[in-house]
Design a protein around this ligand. Structure first.
Ligand SMILES: Nc1ncnc2c1ncn2[C@@H]1O[C@H](COP(=O)(O)OP(=O)(O)OP(=O)(O)O)[C@@H](O)[C@H]1O
Ligand SMILES: [Mg+2]
Length: 391
């Protein structure tokens, strides 16, 4: 057997392929093969695994595969989005609460750790966990013990913990937003999924798989099969920078399947579905003398775009202000009565924010994580604002 076809872990290509097939992990790049080999190794154990990677790279796919390939497969897999659950609620969701522990705690409730007994908890967006909850997570990881909110009785549960984040936890630790001890505890096994633009070789396989699996939409059961992606079409897909990674690719393929009439997907078709105004950084278009990492350059472009949107909104706001200052055509009844304090200014500020959020969400096709990142606010704040504005 050659060294090339067998991994250093001694996993044969055949075993790896059938594992990938069973768990729906598509990709044959060295990067994905390494990820798969690690999963195959750690899955049967109870070790805590931290999965990191940009949004849409497949962190949840990997976490599910680890659970499914473990001896806990017949028990629960409970995903918890630590970034989206409001701070006050997260702890009671995780560990449960006693009746009367806080206003609204009308009865005793079990938390996810108790509910997942024998199974797996997937702490998604662990990087967004409030510090106070981090202490308690560390305790449960170290001793298996936790307490319901409002109780001092320690409980235990047999739970395997998997975690994921798209944040750079090193940075979070340095900024004191993430506890170093918890970070060290979590990263005993760290599976890093590289962004799609760094493993473009996986794109044709993913395209083929999505054409097959998403084909149903209005094109008949066997649709997808009769669609031809031309060489220049595939080249365009492979050139794109995919800031939203595999999720974005999947969405693009889905849109093409739903909206395209013809069966030929060439470069012209593809370009229509790739966000044109999107900062398209690829290895060829990025001027080398820039001396910046693609991610950095991409972020800067994104901010410039946002800045432009903001300036447009500011112009609008000024315009509204000017309109307000014009003398009214007819004076309001009641002499000397002051104008009611004008809240229009506030409204436009709120409106501006709402507009910006709506626009950013649209840009990222509803992906809150990317939108929050672009807006430089936490996902939780974004979540609250979406609710506030009813977006
Ligand atoms: N290697 C892969 N093979 C097949 N499908 C994949 C792969 N990676 C990602 N996907 C698909 O891409 C989409 C996004 O994957 P997933 O939700 O796991 O990403 P994520 O890293 O958890 O993203 P986020 O950080 O935004 O939560 C899903 O539809 C998933 O099925
Ligand atoms: Mg996810």
């Amino acid at each position: 057997m050659s060294e090339v076809s067998t991994s250093t872990l001694g996993i044969s290509p055949g075993d790896r392929q059938s594992f990938q097939h069973r768990h729906g992990i598509i990709g044959k790049s060295t990067e994905i093969r390494e990820v798969v080999d690690t999963i195959m190794q750690v899955a049967p154990t109870d070790i805590t695994v931290l999965v990191t990677g940009e949004s849409g790279t497949g962190k949840e796919v990997i976490a599910k595969a680890i659970h499914q390939a473990s001896k806990r497969v017949s028990r629960k897999f409970i995903p918890v989005n630590c970034g989206a659950i409001p701070e006050g609620i997260l702890e009671s969701e995780l560990f449960g609460h006693e009746k009367g522990a806080f206003t609204g705690a009308v009865e005793t409730r079990k938390g996810y750790f108790e509910l997942a007994d024998g199974g797996t908890i997937f702490l998604d967006e662990i990087g967004d966990t409030p510090i106070s909850t981090q202490v308690k997570l560390l305790r449960v990881l170290e001793s298996g013990e936790f307490m319901r909110v409002g109780s001092s009785e320690p409980r235990t549960a047999d739970v395997r913990v998997l975690a994921a984040t798209n944040k750079n936890l090193d940075e979070e630790v340095r900024a004191r937003r993430f506890r170093q001890d918890l970070f060290f505890r979590l990263r005993s096994v760290n599976i890093r999924i590289p962004p799609l633009r760094n493993r473009r070789g996986d794109i044709p396989l993913l395209v083929e798989a999505f054409l097959r699996s998403l084909g149903g939409n209005g094109r008949g059961a066997a649709a997808g099969q009769d669609i031809l992606v031309t060489d220049d079409g595939m080249a365009a897909l492979m050139r794109h920078s995919w800031p939203g990674n595999v999720r974005e690719l999947r969405n693009v393929i889905e849109s093409i399947l739903v909206l395209e009439r013809g069966n030929v997907v060439d470069e012209r078709v593809v370009t229509r579905y790739l966000h044109v105004e999107e900062p398209r950084i690829d290895d060829r278009s990025l001027p080398m003398h820039l001396g910046k990492a693609p991610e950095q350059a991409e972020r800067e472009l994104l901010f410039r775009l946002l800045w432009e949107i903001k300036s447009d909104l500011n112009d609008l706001r000024r315009l509204v202000g000017e309109l307000q200052q014009r003398p009214p055509l007819s004076l309001p009844a009641g002499d000397g009565a002051e104008h009611p304090s004008i809240s229009l200014d506030d409204m436009t500020l709120r409106g501006m924010e709402e507009e910006l959020i709506a626009h950013t969400l649209e840009r990222f096709r509803g992906n809150r994580r990317l939108a929050a990142e672009a807006l430089n606010i936490s996902e939780r704040t974004l979540y609250r604002k979406i609710k506030d504005y009813g977006l």
